[in-house]
Design a protein around this ligand. Sequence first.
Ligand SMILES: [Zn+2]
Length: 360
Amino acid sequence: MSTDLSGIEGVTYPWDDYPAPGTVREVADGILWISTPVPFVGLRQVNLWLIRDVAGWTMIDCGYGWDETRGLLETVWKEALGGRPITRLIVTHYHPDHAGNMAWIVERWGQLLPNMTLGEWFAANVSMNFGYADNIKQRGLWHKKHGLDEQRQRLFEQEVVPYDVGVSLPGQFKRLRENDIVTIGKDRWRVIVGQGHAPEHVSLYCEARKILIAGDQILPQITTNVSTWPMEPEADTLASFLETCQKFLGQLDPETLVLPSHRKPFRNVLFRLRELGHHHAARLNVILEASKGEVTAGDLLDVLFRGKLDGHQIGFAMGEAIAHLNYLVQTGRMRRVDTRDGTWRYAKLDGFDKPVTLEL
Ligand SMILES: [Zn+2]
């Protein structure tokens, strides 16, 4: 596949705006789009989906666990379901904007079993009880080791939103696995498990109708957060993410309508996937160029991110910077310098000048 994307038409958006709060928009026969607010500055909103099912509706994702979302959902359920109940809940991944209201929805509709992968179920429960990727103390020490300056570290500590603030979990779930077929109404939706953003993220693909419910795995306009977290410090999450992009490229029809979790539904998914490869290659090259001597992930924030980061964003930015450094280490372009003071610094390997290309 060519890396030259010039002259190829980019992503297109069939709808110019979002459904108003508390309303739905039908994006395909029997598929309704809901947009709900999140408390994170850059993200703004998260999309939830309702799919007409045999006896009721299947709902995809739960929204952030706060009153704003619960109020809007009550309105939608009253007005848009035609008097039929929610009979199934599918959760793409454990993050608070997707899993937040899980327990509330489960109880509200009479003990549904949320359908999700084992990895996401575990991640949700470990986050709730032990912090997991969100262990704030461990993340603080990890940032320090990676050279984050004091001022940003303080901002992180003040503003980061812990997992349990926006999530409530039920006690049971139903497991989804790669390539499972979930029949919703008359349609067969295939589970595609993705990596790099969350441990076992679920996307659902209806091949016959050429529709992908992408979750956070493929987003337009913004890029999916790909972070390395302190409990697995050498994880090459970027390689995992790119592997999933490659898998999508091999499976999706070029005409697919993508229903992402953030921003608006779009077309030209193959272009978007290749564009994501280019985006990450460009970031890797920015790091290589900025690495004159030894650098830390903390040094790279000003190089990689424009504009002021709030405390919550600083955590994600550090995770992303470390993920990109790990990729450069794993692919033999940089090495971690062994330093006695406990700070993790990185340096380019001698004789390495060729820019990274990621041809998806
Ligand atoms: Zn999300």
